[in-house]
Write a protein that binds this ligand. Structure first.
Ligand code: UTP
Length: 292
């Protein structure tokens, strides 16, 4: 039985980088091939033996609740038409797990969204998964991180190397490798949200997977508004670092930034190429484009 039983999925952001698609539709519901983004993160948590899921939603996000709910009308029609394959697909989504929802009334930042889940988290270490970051890995990224947490009992943030000119898009760490697990585990000394290129302490960027101790809630409450006038999780982690160890973990796997248009397109092409049903036909189509 995993020590981490709960996962929080912040999904209350405005998704401005994806406008106009996200004007009336949540970014988390954009389909990557045939599943909405948030389902990839939910499946990753389920595959990591996390059983209690908490989705932080906001205005205009009802489609997320409907997606994981039972759809009686759709199921009846599929049953009547004998479409058992589709029926099983639809039922599998609502049967998957128990999900609780909590609302963030105003999009005041990722740190603020996590604070909204405090009562449901129940004073235990918990996982956080951001649906924008789709990560392909075996074992799942969050499962790898649970392993690090079980050995250290600390908060753990997922990190990856990014090109130096892109550091300004991320939270960036300053830390030293601890020497175990092929140098993947870092002792954090500092974190900086969206540093200027040239002033970043490293090119190790924080990616949307976290294991957090409940100490993060007091830390977030003590955190001032930062970049973009929002309460940033990176700033909250910096406060936490003053009283607790926090580790960085350079995960094994491939991450796609599906929260912005180009990253989303790259993920779509690669996932479509790997699709058993139409991957080969899609490959043939792409080859026929004769790109130079
Ligand atoms: P992003 O930084 O991607 O912000 O949030 P965003 O609003 O979703 O998108 P852009 O930047 O405007 O295009 C990272 C994660 O934190 C959640 C988002 O839903 C996303 O999963 N979030 C962000 C909240 O839940 N609430 C917030 O106030 C901000």
């Amino acid at each position: 039985m995993s020590e981490i039983r709960r996962a929080v999925f912040p999904a209350a952001g405005l998704g401005t980088r994806f406008l106009p698609a996200t004007k009336a539709q949540p970014k988390e519901m954009l389909p990557l091939v045939d599943k909405p983004l948030i389902q990839y993160a939910v499946e990753e948590a389920v595959a990591s033996q996390i059983t209690n899921l908490i989705i932080v939603t906001g205005r205009g996000k009802n489609a997320i609740e409907d997606h994981f709910d039972v759809s009686f009308e759709l199921e009846r029609i599929l049953e009547e038409r004998g479409k058992s394959d589709l029926l099983n697909l639809v039922r599998a989504v609502s049967d998957m797990v128990h999900i609780a929802y909590v609302r963030q009334k105003e999009a005041l930042g990722l740190g603020h969204a996590i604070l909204m889940a405090e009562d449901l988290v129940n004073d235990e270490p918990f996982a956080v998964l951001l649906g924008d970051d789709v990560i392909e890995s075996t074992p799942p990224c969050i499962r790898q991180m649970i392993g690090v947490h079980e050995r250290s009992r600390t908060s753990v943030v997922a990190i990856m190397e990014v090109p130096h000119e892109e550091v300004g898009r991320y939270g960036v760490i300053q830390g030293v490798p601890l020497g175990d697990d092929e140098g993947r585990i870092f002792e954090l000394h500092d974190l900086v949200e969206k540093p200027e290129v040239g002033k970043a302490p490293s090119n190790l960027a924080i990616i949307g997977r976290y294991i957090l101790t409940p100490g993060i809630f007091a830390a977030l409450r003590a955190t001032n508004k930062g970049s973009g006038g929002e309460i940033q999780l990176t700033d909250g982690l910096k406060v936490l670092l003053a009283s607790e160890r926090v580790l960085g973990y350079r995960f094994r796997g491939r991450r796609y930034d599906a929260g912005e248009k180009l990253g989303f397109l790259m993920a779509t092409v690669e996932f479509a190429l790997r699709n058993e049903e139409f991957g080969p036909a899609f490959r043939t189509y792409l080859k026929s484009l004769k790109l130079d």
